[in-house]
Write a protein that binds this ligand. Structure first.
Ligand SMILES: [Zn+2]
Length: 326
């Protein structure tokens, strides 16, 4: 199965975020995270932002000739990462892709439109996921880095190389020296091309630069890794580095422990639970379909507050039975 969510409007078949080539009139790629990427068939007309196409190319995916202009289709900023979009089709269906409910650094929050049918991500659709104020989190992390610097120790800030890493690069750019792992630097470059003011910093390629790393203190932004990972265990042993993980899953604390990180902070590129509820209220749909994470739990919570809601049983579910052209 190539996956994706299929929406038939009568006139056109849209396939949303498939993981492989599909037969469609239009294929929508919401953003450039790998789990939303594919190499489309020649026949596919891909709807995606220019930023998504460029980020995809840098990650080895060719989306071909993409467009943002299709009649009856509106793209809206979903606030998740650079170039991420939600889509509204034929005034009827609103699909969030991955979405964030709050402004962070250079990212806005998910914009919404009213629609009869809402298809939404529910990664953190359980009530315990309430993320703290970003400003407070940044203050706490700066305090942590400050005390590490007082002791001459390096700090490694770990997050997904596209999205989270650029937020970390933005929020913690005042520390020097500042290293970017090569995989992060590659994604930073495209942000710089789009005018996002990230510091250039120093590129660190673990295959060639391991022995030339200076003693601490310094800060490095690196991909999320376990402390058992070769690079991380080396940096810990040789440099006494402190590992700090950033993910929404850090609510509850078990996440940082399972990675072997010294600290973990719930900085997320997704909506938390109250933001998901707010998003539903803003779209004010007749029917909600949930996907990802706590999809069944969130759908059941929505039913309790009066919405018609159900989880898509699998990511490749087709909505063709439910979505009739209006
Ligand atoms: Zn994503």
């Amino acid at each position: 199965m190539n996956g994706g969510i299929q929406v038939d409007t009568g006139e056109n078949r849209f396939v949303l975020d498939p993981k492989g080539a599909v037969r469609s009139n239009y294929t929508f790629v919401s953003h450039a995270h790998i789990d939303h990427m594919h190499n489309p068939a020649r026949s596919e007309k891909v709807i995606a932002s220019k930023e998504t196409a460029d980020l995809a190319k840098a990650r080895g995916y060719d989306l071909g000739q993409t467009t943002e202009e299709v009649e009856g289709v509106e793209l809206l900023d979903s606030g998740h990462i650079l170039g991420s979009r939600a889509i509204r089709i034929a005034d009827e269906v609103f699909y969030t892709g991955d979405a964030s409910g709050r402004e962070r650094a250079f990212l806005g929050k998910c914009r919404t439109r009213r629609a009869r049918i809402l298809i939404m991500e529910t990664t953190y659709g359980s009530p315990e996921y309430v993320f703290p104020q970003t400003a407070k989190l940044v203050r706490d992390v700066n305090g942590l880095i400050g005390s590490a610097f007082d002791h001459g120790r390096p700090v490694i800030l770990m997050g997904y190389p596209l999205g989270k890493a650029q937020l970390l690069a933005y929020y913690f750019s005042t520390w020097e020296p500042l290293f970017f792992h090569a995989s992060v630097a590659a994604m930073n470059k495209i942000h710089l091309d789009y005018g996002i003011p990230l510091k250039t910093g120093r590129r660190f390629d673990p295959s060639s630069d391991l022995d030339s790393l200076p003693g601490g203190p310094w800060v490095m932004v690196a991909p999320m890794s376990s402390s058992r990972n070769r690079l991380m265990s080396h940096l810990r042993k040789k440099h006494d580095a402190i590992l700090v993980a950033f993910s929404g899953w850090a609510i509850g604390g078990g996440y940082g422990r399972s990675l072997g990180a010294d600290y973990s902070f719930p900085l997320s590129d997704h909506c938390d639970y109250p933001e998901l509820v707010k998003l539903v209220e803003a779209v004010s749909p007749e029917t909600v379909f949930t996907t990802h994470g706590f999809a069944a739990e969130f759908a059941s919570d929505l039913r309790r507050i009066g919405f018609s809601a159900r989880a898509l049983s699998a990511y490749q579910s087709s909505l063709s039975d439910y979505v009739k052209s209006g």
